[in-house]
Structures are given as structure tokens and as C-alpha cells.
Write a protein that binds this ligand. Sequence first.
Ligand code: ZN
Length: 300
Amino acid sequence: MIADFRAALAALILAFAPTSVAAQQPDKPKVVATFTILADLARQIGGDRVTVETIVGANADAHSFAPKPADAKILAQARLVVVNGLGFDAWSKRLIEAAGYKGETLIASAGVTPRRAEDDHDHGHAEVDPHAWQDPANVKIYVANLRDALSRVDPAGRESYAARADAYGKQLDALKQEIGGALSAIPKERRRIVTTHEAFGYFGQAFDVAFIAAQGVSGEGDVSAKRLGALIRQIRAEKIPAVFLENLNDPRLAERLAKETGAKIGGALHADALTPAGGVAPTYLDMMRSNAKAIADALR
Ligand code: ZN
């Protein structure tokens, strides 16, 4: 009788086993990040315990992203959605609703002191600058938020997330020291740069570099002839040493500025998106080092 029962139970377990075990790893939480920088941070803190997917991919512009209905599929089975907040990826709200996602959404920038955008050149209204990740000290706040959110959705991983967050926090401290050291070697009056969109305000605050932007914080729209003329006069009058291209923008603007002012065109700066693996900025730490080197090289 007992043997029969065991056999029946074994048959039952076998019958259910393939669907619950073989296909995927049901206990590995799936994290979906709105863009590549957040995805990298989620991987750094999540490690092997999580899978991470990105809505807006490498070298793509998350400001102007317009989700299509098919993009909602990425949220299926997600256990945590990570957004930047500060108005950067506000489109994610519609996508989350469209997907019927009911799980936790983490605003990674929660607790960061927001910086007011300059943005007085085109439409006069002040906005919050969303690019908080450009200061490694802010990323320590992102990392603490990620550690806590991952621990909520996967309590068994709490110790692992805490250890990884600690270790990564030390790398962020070292990064800030390293960049600060490299840039402080450049005379303060030379630490002035024109960029295409206003993405480096937090970097500028952190490392005492003045960034003058041709466009607002979203990097969208054309630069008016008036704005371009004003920038050219400012670069000449203040002898601003360098103009930078970005991975997201039309390079013609910076080329024209450089041609008409004699300012040097710096190498590519990466503001909002990492490069694919094999590029110069496949991780956040690589991106910051690559930007700092490009800036130091142009100003030297
Ligand atoms: Zn941006």
C-alpha cells in the first residue's frame, strides 16, 4: 500500500518536474532597467543571482525613447523594474501600465539632491537635471537603493547584495578620487568645456569643471541660430579650450563651433548610454574613466 503510494507520488512529481525546473530558473529574479547605465549597476549589485534586461539599449537615446506596445513584453515575469526618475525615463510609467506589471518599481535616484538645469537658452523654464549618475557620489545612493530593492524581492540574497554593494561602493570612492586627482592637475581657468546637451552638470559640480551646453537637458530639438551665435561669442571671449561631441548627438554642431572659434574638439563623451561590450564604455566605471580621460586630454 505504502509502496503504491510512493510510486504514485513519484509519477506525479515526474509529471510536473519538466515545467517547473527544466525550462527556466524560476528563483532567479528578473530585473528590467530602463537604460544601460542602470542595467550595469543592477548587474554589479545583483551578480549571478539575477538576470538583467534593458529597455533602451547601448548607444541609444533614452530621453526621446517612445515605447511601442511590443516593448511591454520585456516586463513579463519581471520581479523588479529600475527607473532613473528625475524626469529622465518618464515614458516607463506608460509601459509599466501597458504591461500590467504589478511588481516593485525602484526609482534609483531617490534620495539624490537634484540639480536645477540651466536651460534658460531656449524656453526659459527651469527643469531638474536628471543626469545624477554623472557624480559617483550619487551612484552610491543608486547602489544603496538597488541593494535594498533586490533584498526585498529576493530576501535570500540579502547578504550577497550587501557585500556586492559594499565592494562596488569602494570602487566608486576610488573612481571619484582618481578622476578628481586627474582633473585637479589642470589649472582651474582651463577647466571649461562646451558640450552639445546639458548632461554633465553633476560631473561639473563633483569635479569643479564648468560645462556650457548648446542644448537643454534632454538634448532634443535644434539649437537656434541665436543660441549658436551666443555660444560662439562666449567661447571666443572666455577662451573656452574645448568642445565635445557626444555619442547621442549630431556632430555637425560641435564641428561648426570648433571651426568658428578655434576651440579643440574633444573625443566622444558618453552621457546617457553605455557602449556595447568591446567599446570604450561598456560599464559605468569604464564610461566615467573614458569621459574623464577625454576631458583631461582636451584641456591639457
Ligand atoms: Zn541626457
